[in-house]
Design a protein. Structure first.
Length: 96
């Protein structure tokens, strides 16, 4: 009986260890997985002219949204630019 009980406990520990390792791996690769998923959902239609450019919410560390909004504004795609969030305030050359 003791052999079976220790084998069952060892088997449970093995399962827990595998689960923890899988969770750790998923945690380490979460950013590339989430970035790929998000980029696959983005649809970019060609933009000729717009009434305004609106950059919503805080951005990631690289300020991708704020940078893209600034690029579109500088290209003359719209005469107005509206922004919200801290990332936009950190962009060089943007003033309230």
């Amino acid at each position: 009986m003791r052999i079976q009980a220790s084998w069952a406990a060892s088997s449970q520990l093995d399962h827990i260890a595998v689960f923890v390792i899988i969770c750790a791996i998923l945690y380490l690769v979460r950013r590339p997985i989430l970035r790929f998923t998000a980029e696959s959902w983005i649809i970019e239609d060609p933009l000729d002219k717009a009434d305004a450019i609106i950059v919503l919410g805080d951005d990631n560390f690289y300020a991708d949204r704020a940078t893209r909004g600034a690029e579109l504004f500088r290209e003359g795609k719209a005469p107005w630019l509206s922004r919200a969030g801290d990332a936009c305030d950190r962009m060089r050359g943007w003033r309230s």
